[in-house]
Design a binder for this molecule. Structure first.
Ligand SMILES: [Zn+2]
Length: 125
C-alpha cells in the first residue's frame, strides 16, 4: 500500500467536476446534433440533393457521433471513479499496483486511476 501523501484534493475535485460538466455538455450537443442532422437530411433530400452518397455520409457521421458519444461516456465513468476515489481517500493511488500515481501525471490527467506503467500495460480499458 502506498504511503499517504498530501494532495490538494479540492483542486483535483474542482478540475474533475469542471471536466465532467464539459463532457456532459458535449454528449448533449452530439446527441442533439445527431437527431438534428436526421431532420436536416430528410429536408435536404426532399429539396435538391441526389440522395445516395449524401445518405451514406449522414450514416457515417451518425456512427462517428455514436463512437464519440461512447468515448465521452467512458470518460465520464473514469471521472466519476476518480471523484469517488477522492471521497474514498484512495485518489492518486494506482488501482492496479497500489503505488502513488506521480503528481505530474495527475496534473496532466486528473482522472487517471492508474500509474503510467500500469496504464501502458493494462489501459485504456
Ligand atoms: Zn500502477
Amino acid at each position: 500500500m502506498a504511503r499517504k501523501r498530501k494532495l490538494d484534493l479540492n483542486k483535483y475535485k474542482q478540475t474533475l467536476e469542471e471536466k465532467r460538466a464539459e463532457i456532459a455538455e458535449n454528449i448533449k450537443r452530439l446527441e442533439g446534433e445527431s437527431s438534428g442532422r436526421d431532420r436536416l437530411s430528410r429536408e435536404v433530400a426532399q429539396q435538391d440533393f441526389e440522395g445516395g452518397g449524401d445518405a451514406a455520409l449522414q450514416a457515417m457521421t451518425r456512427s462517428q457521433n455514436a463512437a464519440m458519444i461512447g468515448n465521452l461516456r467512458d470518460m465520464l465513468l473514469t471521472i466519476d471513479e476518480a471523484l469517488y476515489n477522492i471521497e474514498d481517500g484512495t485518489y492518486g493511488v494506482c488501482e492496479v499496483c497500489s503505488k502513488n500515481i506521480p503528481k505530474k501525471r495527475l496534473e496532466a490527467l486528473p482522472e487517471a486511476t492508474m500509474c503510467t506503467k500500469c496504464h501502458t500495460q493494462f489501459g485504456p480499458r
